[in-house]
Design a protein around this ligand. Structure first.
Ligand SMILES: *Cc1c(COP(=O)(O)O)cnc(C)c1O
Length: 401
């Protein structure tokens, strides 16, 4: 026991036989790099918008989810400033302790009215909202059914819930129907993106709701990319289809079209109260700064204005009309997300780099974010773009392939 060699021996042989944690990670990172999958962050030096400054250079950006161009709107900045003056910068506590400010409370009421549902609950982020809903409503003995192209947060939520997790092929409602019919789970929860974040296509909500009614399932609709963009008044994908159902659990983020930060879940009063009591990412985290809710109260007023959506729809039609594609393929999307499917990772990255040399920022999206062989340029349009920006992009893309 007192012989030091007996203690140090195992440690020495371990370091000789096996790579250290650092060496193993370095090898994994080198492997990512060699497969064209290593991600790099650009440093944004301006506010978010159609025109940005990155690494000392001005660009027209087609990268943001700020679909209505509100992220740096002067009225939102002023509302945040006033919110900070009234509430300070930090919430200082979780919602259930003393972090639930009047601005949060008012925003929840306004959001419920905005989407026409009985009650709404704020979450710090959309990622946490999805974790919160799924883990609060489904557990062992229950089943979660998800579209294969759902956002990562919905998949992570299902895994964390410990429910039986079944994935169905993208938008294949017949396959979903078979899975629902075969399930003997106590409670069934279908989870889906409303507008798919890497494809821009829209889930067929009326058919999904009918299927959930037939099989006594709940439907969690993640409307991160539809809220503010689709539907009259920007009410989102449910408003776009005119669908309402007591089975619908509506979730949307507030860091995309709404231009600020955070997320909310809306639906029946009992469902929302169950989240207040049980959703761990709600209970065990600090409330978002109330100044953000103050900014969001102003944002909701601006989101209502149809003019931004009208302009955005015009830009979508302009881009689709101007592109002359030979080898690449434009995904069938009518939303602000316009993916140009290229295929190979290296070619997508090269296209993105060529556009950047032209002063146009368009991100290349690669696996595992999208399926293998479908690397793409994900063009995000915003009401902050001008027609000339979109014409410039279309001309550059037409010259590239
Ligand atoms: C962005 C996004 C989220 C996450 O929202 P955050 O507020 O950014 O955490 C969830 N679901 C979808 C479909 C998204 O696009």
């Amino acid at each position: 026991m007192n012989d030091p060699s007996r203690v140090t021996q195992p440690a020495l042989s371990e370091s000789n036989d096996r790579p250290s944690l650092q060496q193993a990670l370095a090898a994994e990172l080198a492997d990512l790099d060699s497969r064209g999958l290593k991600r790099h962050r650009r440093v944004l030096e301006s506010s978010q918008g159609a025109r940005v400054r990155v690494d000392g250079r001005e660009y027209v950006a087609f990268c943001s989810n700020d679909y209505l161009g509100l992220a740096a709107h002067p009225e939102l900045i002023e509302a945040a400033r006033e919110g900070a003056a009234r509430y300070g910068v930090g919430a200082g506590a979780s919602h259930l302790i003393l972090g639930h400010a009047a601005a949060h409370h008012e925003l929840e009421q306004r959001l419920a009215a905005f989407v026409g549902l009985p009650r709404a609950l704020l979450f710090a982020t959309g990622y946490m909202a999805n974790l919160g809903v799924v883990t609060a409503l489904a557990g062992r003995g229950d089943a979660v059914f998800g579209d294969r192209l759902n956002h990562a947060s919905l998949n992570d939520a299902a895994i964390l819930s410990r429910a039986d997790f079944r994935r169905y092929p993208h938008l294949d409602l017949a396959a979903l129907g078979r899975l629902l019919a075969a399930s003997g789970a106590r409670r069934k929860l279908v989870v889906t993106d409303a507008v798919f974040s890497m494809d821009g296509d829209i889930a067929p909500l009326p058919e999904l709701v009918a299927l959930c009614e037939r099989h006594d399932a709940w439907l969690l609709l993640d409307d991160a990319h539809g809220f503010g963009v689709l539907g009259a008044g920007g009410g989102g994908t449910a408003a776009h289809f005119g669908v309402s159902s007591p089975r619908l659990i509506y979730m949307a983020t507030l860091g995309k079209a709404a231009g600020v930060f955070g997320a909310f879940v809306a639906g029946g009063a009992e469902m929302v109260e169950a989240l207040v009591q049980r959703a761990r990412p709600y209970v065990y985290t600090t409330a978002a700064p109330p100044m953000l809710s103050a900014a969001l109260l102003k944002s909701l007023e601006l989101v209502r204005d149809e003019e931004r959506r009208r302009h955005l729809r015009g830009l979508i039609a302009l881009l689709r009309g101007r592109l002359q594609l030979r080898r690449w393929r434009l995904a069938p999307s009518s939303t602000a997300i316009q993916p140009l499917i290229i295929g190979a990772n290296g070619e997508a990255v090269a296209a993105s780099e060529a556009l950047a040399r032209e002063g146009l920022l368009v991100p290349a999206i690669r696996p595992p974010t999208v399926p293998h062989g479908t690397a793409r340029l994900r063009i995000s349009l915003s009401a902050a773009h001008e027609a000339g920006d979109v014409e410039h992009l279309a001309a550059a893309l037409n010259a590239l392939q």
